[in-house]
Write a protein that binds this ligand. Structure first.
Ligand SMILES: Cc1cc2nc3c(=O)[nH]c(=O)nc-3n(C[C@H](O)[C@H](O)[C@H](O)COP(=O)(O)O)c2cc1C
Ligand code: SF4
Length: 441
């Protein structure tokens, strides 16, 4: 089997009414220039009086029910309120790092609709009383940095924003995109999670109250400011309104990034990506720190409410389709090795627990087992969550535990007969090399 292509930066066709963030791209077929953007949306409605919605922004975001699209799904209005209440001039940070290897949605959004993301950041800055917006990108995406530099210069020349926009390039590691890593790096330190209190919304960059928002979240916020919460709620479910970007890859005919309404069944999302190219064993939802869902669950809607009983969540919208012919145990072992290498090795779970789980999974995948392996793996995956200073070990434990749960027959086969035939073929999911980052600064 050949490795599946990483999802390209291709927006896939949306269902009617579900193109919002990507609407401009569908209308023109090219990235939105400032002119295109202003023609469609006008200037960012920074004051309530200038807004097409009559509500102040924080209330509008609350009424819209917007939740973060960076992974945790935290209500955005609550974060805005907490930062606005903090002492001193606030700071806004756009998390455009997208460190998850299987995700392309933030890169795609910033490529085709950069002004929507920046409008959102500028509007959030006005709402919390910030004078500076820091946009954080990984250091190895040169083309993205050049494009966004040009975009922010264009906004400066047009005197669009009352806040300062500053672009930064950070070391690229899985955990360097965690919110406290960004804050630490912006303060002159390493891009490793800080974890300890006080929390970012109280004392973040320069010890100021700091809002860290995912790039997609901020673009939704801009749409809410432009069109209002009632419009926003026309897509999605009453409890989980709006659309979300999903990166679909693996065994589908046309991998890429889709905009779908929350609540869309997983099987519909796969169909919009051209449908499976082979009978599926499972999908991995949420990326490397996500949850395996066997194909019997593909009718489940992409919504927290429906996924929670399965131990899953929409996360940052990553869907990888795994064909029946691939070895799920080995794919999991490869991702765990990467996650272990990319931890910041500051806390016990990352220094000891995560490498041990990754090693045991590698042994399981290779059929090098001992009678204590499975109980040890179960015990250690149970011990990892809630013990690190950040959620990195929790994500890795979720992946490992969900593989043990979703593929009991494969695990049993590896334990009793050694690796399955699929384990001898080429690996399926593209996994970056499992080497620690060269620098954290
Ligand atoms: C290990 C780890 C990696 C993360 N990587 C990203 C990332 O690449 N992009 C992102 O927006 N959030 C990432 N997050 C979540 C951020 O810490 C933070 O919650 C998010 O940027 C907040 O934005 P939101 O409320 O708009 O989702 C990561 C979290 C963890 C624990
Ligand atoms: S849990 Fe891991 S990644 Fe998170 S702060 Fe601790 S060592 Fe770093």
């Amino acid at each position: 089997m050949t490795p599946s292509a990483t999802a390209p930066l291709t927006p896939l066709l949306p269902a009617p009414g579900e193109a919002r963030l990507l609407a401009d791209w569908y209308a023109t077929g090219r990235p939105a220039t400032l002119n295109d953007h202003l023609t469609r949306y006008g200037r960012p409605p920074v004051t309530a009086a200038g807004s097409r919605t009559s509500m102040p922004l924080v209330e509008a975001v609350e009424a819209a029910g917007l939740t973060g699209r960076g992974g945790a799904g935290f209500p955005t209005a609550r974060k805005l309120r907490a930062v606005a209440k903090g002492r001193g001039r606030a700071v806004v940070v756009v998390n455009a790092m997208e460190s998850e290897p299987a995700s392309r949605k933030d890169q795609l959004l910033l490529a085709v609709a950069p002004h929507l993301v920046l409008d959102g950041a500028v509007l959030a800055a006005a709402a919390v009383g910030a004078a500076t917006v820091h946009v954080c990108l990984p250091r190895d995406r040169d083309a993205q940095y050049r494009q966004l530099s040009a975009v922010s210069d264009e906004r400066r020349r047009a005197r669009l924003d009352r806040v300062r926009l500053r672009l930064h390039t950070l070391p690229h590691a899985y955990v360097s995109s965690e919110s406290t890593s960004l804050v630490r790096w912006l303060g002159g330190g390493p891009a490793r999670p800080q974890g300890s209190p006080p929390r970012t919304h109280e004392r973040g960059v320069g010890r100021r109250p700091t809002l860290v928002g995912n790039a997609e979240t901020l673009a939704h916020l801009a749409l809410i400011a432009h069109y209002g919460p009632d419009w926003y709620r026309q897509a999605g479910t009453p409890d989980e309104p709006g659309t979300t970007l999903v990166t679909v890859s693996g065994a589908v005919a046309t991998p890429g990034v889709l905009e779908v309404a929350l609540g869309t069944p997983l099987t519909t999302i796969l169909s919009r990506a051209g449908g499976p190219t082979a009978p599926l064993r499972a999908v991995l939802l949420g990326g490397f720190a996500g949850t395996w869902l066997p194909s019997a669950h593909l009718d489940t809607p992409l919504a927290r409410h429906d996924l929670a009983p399965l131990g899953a969540a929409p996360g940052a919208g990553v869907l990888i389709a795994l064909p029946r012919a691939a070895c799920a145990v080995r794919e999991t072992a490869r991702m765990l090795a990467y996650l272990a290498a990319h931890s910041a090795r500051q806390c016990g779970p990352c220094r000891l627990g995560l490498p041990a789980v990754a090693e045991d999974f590698a042994a399981l995948a290779a059929g090098r087992t001992d009678p204590g392996l499975l109980p040890r793996l179960r015990r250690r995956t149970g011990l990892l969550p809630d013990r690190g200073a950040c959620r990195h070990p929790d994500g890795a434990a979720r992946l490992a535990a969900s593989a043990l749960h979703a593929f009991p027959d494969d695990v049993d086969h590896h334990l009793t007969h050694g690796p399955c035939p699929a384990a001898h073929q080429s690996p399926f999911i593209p996994v970056p090399t499992a080497t620690p980052p060269e620098t954290w600064r």
